[in-house]
Ligand binder design. Structure first.
Ligand code: TRP
Length: 471
């Protein structure tokens, strides 16, 4: 692609500097991971520092990845230069405990899911909150209190979540938002729309349209296997539904008209050489937040509140959506954000389907699960049994313990494991065995449910039709 001429930003305007900094930050990270020559890394770092100084002089703010200079105003400096990198395409941190989620809340300007909110969810839903909420896995939110206020006054909402179908292979981490969404659907008795962004994956990956669409249909089976109620759930592929629904496309175009190229550059780090499909894609992910995008479900009602459960890396899309919504006469969607599901090798990065050894796939056999955990799961234990017994292990960096906090439902059992591992009474091999015994049946059950799902069932979920709910 040739560079486009339409950039109205003056050279070295704050936004232009911000963009250069974002690009350079990426470059430094790539060089570091690729273990490039020290001189080359140093040169890039020097340039980065110089640009940071220029940026501070120009804007009076410290440069923060993910926070463009405009609109959002100055962001407090947390004195952490080795910043966590969190965006829709990559998640990395230098900290073995994983991303610092409290800092992320400050940087993204969202709110913490605190005990008061957990208690309110319990009170309003009348159910014990899901362990994902109790344990801080869904740790951040936007406007949850507004959703609950309205719900208490008998004004309901709808759920929206999604998945980018980039391969056949889904891993256990991919299930986290869906398991939680299913719980929300059950306890609040609300309709759900699930967007499969086969268009997005075509634009970003080296795949054909047919492949992406095929992955969407295959992934739909794994999603359905989480137990969604067919009478309350509409799953759609962008490649199919966009062309079939004028109402949906109208909302896409409305969003497109109200977001500038500079804004998406700032939010997503697009550059002049990204294809225009990527540049306009965020409008497609925004549109399902508005109830009138689904006339077969909501008629022409445009004021039904949307709640989006998603991993925190998707927040940039919805910051943009929330910024646009009132300007086009719609409600801002509310959000519940989850932490990432760590890679087997450690919480510095999230599980990735493109690295088979970093993930436990939904198609893995019991034996593969056992081998991967024993071989790759990063351990917070000590090097020898003697040392471990004496000093104990560190659950904060131990991946097996982290996975148990996602999938072991019994709070007391989990707490006992934490204490025993920390004291040294429980060894790494024993901890890994508990994880293996927890995950194997969970995945076998998923595989059994998935096997029952026919193409016919998928088609029914993916057909635009009225859903059964009261608002
Ligand atoms: N972009 C997301 C991905 O690549 C897919 C997605 C679309 C999504 N809409 C969403 C995820 C809403 C969460 C909530 O996985």
């Amino acid at each position: 692609m040739t560079d486009c001429q339409g950039d109205v930003e003056a050279e070295n305007s704050p936004m232009e500097l911000y963009r250069k900094l974002a690009e350079l930050g990426d470059k430094v990270r790539t060089l570091k991971t690729a273990k490039a020559e020290k001189a080359e890394v140093d040169a890039a770092v020097q340039l980065l520092l110089k640009l940071k100084i220029d940026y501070k002089q120009k804007t009076g703010q410290d440069y923060k990845a993910g926070c463009p200079p405009s609109e959002n105003g100055p962001v407090a400096d947390d004195g952490n230069d080795e910043e966590d990198d969190v965006n829709p395409w990559s998640v990395t941190t230098s900290n073995a405990k994983g991303v610092d989620y409290d800092k992320l809340i400050v940087r993204f300007g969202s709110s913490k899911v605190d005990q008061q909110l957990v208690d309110r969810i319990e009170k309003v839903s009348g159910q014990k909150p899901h362990h994902f909420i109790r344990r801080g896995i869904f740790f951040s939110h936007r406007d949850m209190h507004t959703v609950l206020d309205a719900y208490e006054k008998k004004k309901s909402f709808f759920l929206y979540t999604g998945r980018g179908p980039s391969s056949q292979a889904m891993h256990v981490g991919h299930l986290v938002p869906f398991i939680f969404t299913k719980w929300l659907q059950d306890v609040f008795d609300v309709p759900l729309v699930v967007q499969l962004t086969d268009d997005e994956k075509y634009l970003w990956k080296d795949l054909t349209l047919e492949q992406c669409h095929q992955f969407a249909v295959e992934n739909a089976k794994d999603i359905i296997a989480c137990g969604f109620d067919i009478n309350k759930t509409f799953i759609f592929s962008d490649l199919e539904y966009m062309g079939a629904s004028p109402e949906f496309y109208r909302n896409v175009v409305k969003v497109q008209k109200h977001v500038t190229f500079n804004q998406v550059k700032g939010i997503f780090g697009f550059t002049d050489s990204d294809c225009i499909g990527k540049i306009s894609f965020p409008a497609t992910q925004a549109a399902p937040s508005f109830s009138n995008s689904f006339p077969h479900i909501f008629g022409d009602k445009k004021d039904i509140q949307c709640l989006i459960p998603c991993a925190i890396d998707q927040d940039p899309y919805f910051r943009m959506t929330r910024d646009v919504a009132p300007r086009i006469g719609y409600l801002k969607p509310a959000l519940l954000h989850s932490t990432f599901f760590p890679a087997l090798q450690g919480a510095q990065t999230k599980m990735s389907a493109s690295d088979p050894n970093s993930s436990i796939f939904l198609t893995d056999t019991a034996k593969q699960i056992k081998n991967k955990i024993n071989k790759y799961a990063f351990s917070g234990g000590k090097d020898t049994v003697e040392e471990h017994r004496q000093y104990g292990g560190n659950v904060d960096v131990d991946v097996s313990f982290m996975y148990l906090s996602f999938f072991l439902e019994d709070d007391e059992q989990l707490e006992k494991i934490r204490q025993d591992y920390t004291s040294g009474a429980l060894l790494t091999g024993e901890l890994k065995k508990i994880l293996i015994d927890t995950l194997q049946p969970l995945i076998v059950k998923h595989q059994e449910r998935r096997k029952q799902i026919t193409d016919e069932t998928v088609k029914r979920f993916m057909t635009p039709r009225p859903l059964n709910f009261k608002l």
